[in-house]
Design a protein around this ligand. Sequence first.
Ligand code: PLP
Length: 405
Amino acid sequence: LEVTTVRKDFPILSREVNGKPLVYLDNGASAQKPQVVIDTITRAYAEEYSNVHRGLHTLSNISTENYEAVRGTIARFLGAGSENEIVMNSGTTEGINMVAYGWAMPRFEAGDEIVLSVMEHHANIVPWHFLRERQGVVLNWVDVDETGALDAQKVIDAMGPKTKLVAVTHLSNVLGTVVDVKAIAAAAHERGVAVLVDGSQAAVHMPVNMVDLDVDFYAITGHKLYGPSGSGAIYVKRERLAEMRPFMGGGDMIREVHKDVITWNDPPMKFEAGTPGIVQQIGLGAALEYMMSLGMDNIATHEATLRDYARSKLDGLNWLQVQGTTPDKAAIFSFTLDGAAHPHDISTVLDKRGVAVRAGHHCAGPLMDHLGVSATTRASFGLYNTEAEVDVLVDALALCHELFS
Ligand code: PLP
């Protein structure tokens, strides 16, 4: 990956923040957009816009064709067996809620169990709490070890006769830990347990393949994939699609509606009610094509180099503690500093140096409890980041240490 060339694809990277060149290390929250995504959105609105699926006029046909083509792009990106297993939506939060309301709620009874890891994002926690509160479903939490690793065997051992679902992240947005979801899915299926994977972070940083992983549900979110906010998808295995009830009702997801009778459209349309995020989704298609043109393996290799470089630099700071130290983790570094410095203060000082990071609980309350901290500062790298930017981060952190110790 030729990072100097790649950086030219992202117009925002040439701007300054507080008089300093922007060093954007908040990719875990949302990634910047390449020009091809911006141009695609502009063209979709300026030349090709109309509603989809309904009209018979030229623009509606073009818009429908462009929108539906993205389903194929997502299927290719995820290595899904069929594009009919791709439900398009506004992102991971909608995808997981759809599974909770449409698949789990009608099937789960009081005492049934869901196995979760302690490092889940709230998007993969709160919908399951709804089932706990409303129908007495039990949440069975599996801890990570002191390196932040999630032992797949511990997840497998946590499955009992009442377990109906394992809901787990593929890559932690806080620790960078990668989870062996393939091993978990194989063992779960032997026990008749379904597996939902939160792929919000993993799909950004490494190649993923649904046929190979053989999970039941895999949620992704467009805004982290260098695409527009409000775009996304969830892969749902064919058998699960057949079992799932519609989550939202409205136009597009029906075949016929009468006063007393209603029939559904075929999946995946059955799960896409109302006018979708047409242009957002078309922009996501451009983003995924862009990533695939760079090559997911090349992106992963580049980010592994950045991870190793950042790790070597941060390990040298004896006043800074990194959370999550597994060797094959993603280039995501959450840390705390010795002394009273709150992550919000650290983030503010870094911002003055042009460095954008995230400070807070990262929507991972149970993990913060497990780590015994209320918040961390997080530097999360993307395909356009450089080793020189790691150096800027480290210099700015040294300033924080000086100011707050
Ligand atoms: N899951 C993980 C691991 C995330 O990092 C995020 C975003 O921060 C989400 C879920 C939620 O994604 P979205 O807000 O796009 O629905």
